[in-house]
Each structure stands twice: as structure tokens, then as C-alpha cells.
Design a protein around this ligand. Sequence first.
Ligand SMILES: [Mn+2]
Length: 290
Amino acid sequence: MDQNQSKPDSIGAFGMRQSKAGPGLSPSGSPRRRYRTIWISDVHLGTRGCNARLLIDFLDHVDSDTLYLVGDIIDGWRMKKRFYWPEPHNAILRRVMKRAKRGTRVVYVPGNHDEMFRQFTGMSFGGVEIRRRAIHVAADGRRLLVLHGDEFDAVMLAHRWLAFLGDTAYTLLLKLNVIVNGVRRKLGLPYWSLSKHAKHKVKNAVEFISRFEETVAREAARLGVDGVVCGHIHTAETRRFGDVLYYNDGDWVEGCTALVEHRDGRMEILHWAEEVAAREHASAAARAAA
Ligand SMILES: [Mn+2]
């Protein structure tokens, strides 16, 4: 944790970010966007698949009254096999803890990959509340159930959700995604998710996603809430099933998305790779004009 409060986020991992930006400004100098609520999940810290660079950029450009961490934030499964913890992953945790310290309400709903934190349900660490699930009351009064989503795996398939591709094939796809994007970055091309696009080409995957969404929405209807926010299947979405709203905040391994609630209760999915590409395009254009 940064001891020097007057110093803005000057974290060494990204040297160029040692900016003069004040607390209300992002490192790129634009004012931080402030939302009522932000939901992120499936960050998978501790794996190479995690797009830490984009997530750090996201955290440096947005703020909220409440931040929900909707599970699979730290990948305990993968870490058991092999320890992997580069500096940018620390930088993400520091940013989250700093937010909690400065008054953002941070609610952490662990998922299946970070289920080791479920034993701390009801406790609070550094201002981060740990919950098994949560009810979020939106600005317009709607009640949204917040859960990770792995609780439906057993009902749906008796397999993990990756069953449709096979865990090995999926892991390979994510590895390829890292390689492809390493090359793209060297070429100055924006982030593009290979695995996300491959998934949408597989008929079984599409059917699976649809069935998952329906199952979660049905549970929300049964509980009498107005909607549900989950993660788990790495597919951001906003959909309506009858009277129930289904929101999935996506992930930071493939899609790099967050779900946000505006002041008036309006919900939106932010596609961060596209935002970064647009910003870089705009600043390149500005440089060319100068
Ligand atoms: Mn999960």
C-alpha cells in the first residue's frame, strides 16, 4: 500500500504512468469517469491469460461509489499448479485496496477459482467486504442479485462450463491469445481476443452460453429480484428474460469488459480494449495535427 497519500498512483510497473495526474485525473490526463457502480469479474490474477495492462488502465480511468468483484479475481487453481505473480498483478490489488481505503464500497463475491476466500464470507479485510452473494439496489430501485455463477454448473451439465471445448483446448486457446496479442502489441495493433471470437464460432459454445443465461435468470425470477449480475462464463451480456434482467460483466482474460451503472440507474457494458484503441487513435490524430 502506498504510504504517501499526496502522491498519485505512481506504480513502477508502468513507468510512463508516473504522471502528474491528480486524484480526479486519469494518467492520460482526462478526468476520471465516475459511475454509481462498477462490476468486474474473472480477472484470473496469477495466470498469464490475465490482461493486467488493460485492467490497470481501466482502474486508472474510472471510479465508482461501489465496486463489486464478482469472482475469479485470483486464480487459486492455477496458482496451486505453478506460482505466477508478476508486478502488474500486485498493482491491481494495490489499486483495489486503495479504492476501499478512500471510501469506495468494495464487495468481493468469490467465484470457483478463488473459492478459498469463501470461508471468509461475512468478514471484511482492509474495507473489502466478502460476501457469498449480494443484493444491489440500483438508483431506480431495482434489486439485482450479484453472484459469480458457478453455482449453476452442476444443474446445467454436471461438468464445468469448459466441458464444451475441453479444458485443454480452452487453455491452449488462451495461451494462443496471449501470444497473438503479444505480437499485435509489438506491431502497435490494439488488443483483439482470439478466444472470444473462436468461442462464438462453436455452435455448442453458443448454445451453452444461452442455456447458462436462462438458468441464471430463472433462479433470479424464483428469488423475486428484478435482475441478476454474474460472471463466470467470460461472456459479457445484457438480456431480458421475461421480467428478469440478466447482466454478465464478462472477464479480463478474453473480452476485457466491465458492467457499470450510471447515476440514473442505466446499465452499460464497457469494452475496454476498444476504448483504449479509440483513445490512442485520437491522441495519434492530435499529434499528427499538431
Ligand atoms: Mn468462474
